[in-house]
Design a protein around this ligand. Structure first.
Ligand SMILES: [Zn+2]
Length: 458
């Protein structure tokens, strides 16, 4: 990578929060943003002899951040065999590499993986970070953890799997052992199942499998070893328990009510509603072979879900709602921006929706100021879009409208296609340690959350 500063001019610019600058410019050097804003100011800050790139009226915004993916997934669940029952883990890993590239080509430059097989997400995180393969920056979870008969307990008792997709923990001692083992393996985030899923016939999506005190114990242990906690939870009681117990992100919330919105307002967590996933299940689940009876549950949840989102937006909590696709169920991988249409329906302004997919999602995954923003010092992950996403964010759901995707200042995709090889050298790498002390994102985790009655996170 050349150290010569590149200055992109002739563009509108959305900064990842709320600001839009006309006749803007973006200066990039060494893979980082050096300046962004009004053209003359950026040119003055760029130093002598920059390389000028005229974007001819395009819009520049930070690369998208998806706060809920499963990079290893094909669709799984009721009506499909769980991957772990039929597919060799080696093949799952190869597919995950392909899936990671799909996100990047669609303009998604950072994801949080919310539950993997084995330690695949950590391995993929390091492969991407070391230029072995292409993909978004990955904030990695290990396998999903839940109690027996919960989210992660997805196969019958008579099967004993060497490579399952979930871990079961019931007692505090078992939870501590799982958390410490996952931390040893280098995960950034612990994904817990507080309630079940309509897709797992051994669980109950309407029941809370963990209470407040258990969740608080889990959060304390995870934070102690430097991991954030993401909770899969839908019942209102469980949602409130998670917020009060200090989890970092609450996911899905299908069925939440005003009480949950009030609790979100006084907590520090971010809400990742994965709304488009719910819509995709309702609208396309039967066609994709899902059991109609199981999908009825999603159908019942859909109207209430949008209404609850509307309540949260009306309560001034738009900046606490982050885009997450649950990619790999329905919707498929790389359809992150489909969530934006639902957020607009829920009353977000276009700029709030764009922020939910950039700056807010970055904060939700612990990377505020590092990605999802074009502030000086941020990594130069940005998109050049032909259309005007500030007027209509839903254009981002069509990768052909994304003229260029840059990651660390490097052009990696154009109009939905990867265009550059991985950056890793031809001779490969020395063996890579996947461990607690070698996490890529260790230095950029946000500080532990303040107590629930403390200042709201921003
Ligand atoms: Zn998920």
């Amino acid at each position: 990578m050349t150290d010569r500063t590149a200055v992109y001019v002739g563009c509108r610019l959305f900064d990842g929060a709320a600001e839009v600058v006309e006749d803007a410019a973006l200066a990039v050097a060494g893979g980082e943003v050096r300046a962004a804003g009004p053209r003359e100011r950026v040119l003055a800050a760029a130093g002598p002899d920059p390389e000028l790139v005229d974007l001819a009226g395009a819009c520049v915004l930070p690369g998208l951040v998806d706060a809920h993916t499963h990079l290893h997934f094909p669709i799984r669940g009721f009506g499909d065999w769980p991957t772990g029952l039929v597919e060799p883990p080696e093949f799952t890993a190869i597919k995950a590499v392909r899936n990671a590239g799909t996100y990047l080509a669609a303009g998604v430059t950072t994801v949080m993986d919310c539950g993997t097989r084995g330690n695949l997400a950590v391995a993929l995180r390091e492969a991407v970070a070391n230029g072995v393969c292409q993909g978004p920056r990955i904030v990695a979870s290990g396998m999903v953890v839940s109690p027996t008969a919960g989210l992660a307990d997805d196969h019958p008792e008579f099967l004993h799997l060497d490579h399952p997709e979930g871990e079961v923990a019931d007692t505090p001692e078992q939870w501590r052992a799982v958390i410490r083992r996952q931390a040893k393996q280098g995960v950034d985030n612990l994904k817990i199942g507080v309630s079940g899923s309509a897709l797992n016939p051994y669980s109950d999506s309407g029941a809370c499998d963990l209470g407040h005190d258990e969740i608080a114990m889990i959060v304390a242990e995870a934070h102690r070893v430097g991991c954030t906690v993401a909770a899969h939870v839908s019942p209102p009681d469980g949602f409130v328990d998670c917020l009060r117990a200090g989890v970092d992100t609450v996911h899905h919330g299908f069925g939440i009510d005003q009480r949950c919105v009030d609790a979100l307002g006084t907590a520090t967590a971010y809400f990742v509603p994965t709304s488009y996933k719910l819509r995709a299940m309702v609208e396309g689940g039967v066609a994709r072979g899902r059991d109609p009876a199981r999908l009825d549950e999603y159908r019942r949840q859909w109207d209430g879900h949008v209404a609850a989102l509307r309540m949260a937006v009306a309560a001034g909590l738009a900046d606490r709602i982050a885009v997450g696709s649950d990619g790999g169920h329905l919707p498929g991988h790389g359809q992150t921006a489909a969530e934006l249409a639902v957020l607009l329906e829920a009353g977000m302004t276009a700029r709030q929706a764009l922020a939910a997919a950039t700056g807010v999602a970055a904060a939700a995954v612990g990377l505020a100021g590092t990605v999802g923003t074009l502030r000086p010092g941020a990594l130069a992950d940005f998109l050049v879009v032909d259309a005007d996403p500030v007027a209509d964010p839903t254009v981002l759901a069509d990768p052909s409208r994304i003229r260029a995707v840059y990651q660390s200042g490097r052009l990696v995709a154009q109009r939905g296609q990867l265009t550059a090889p991985p950056s890793g050298g031809p001779d490969g790498l020395a063996p890579v340690f996947l461990g607690r002390g070698t996490r890529t994102w260790r230095s950029v985790r946000r500080p532990p959350p303040a107590p629930p009655d403390g200042p709201a996170a921003g």
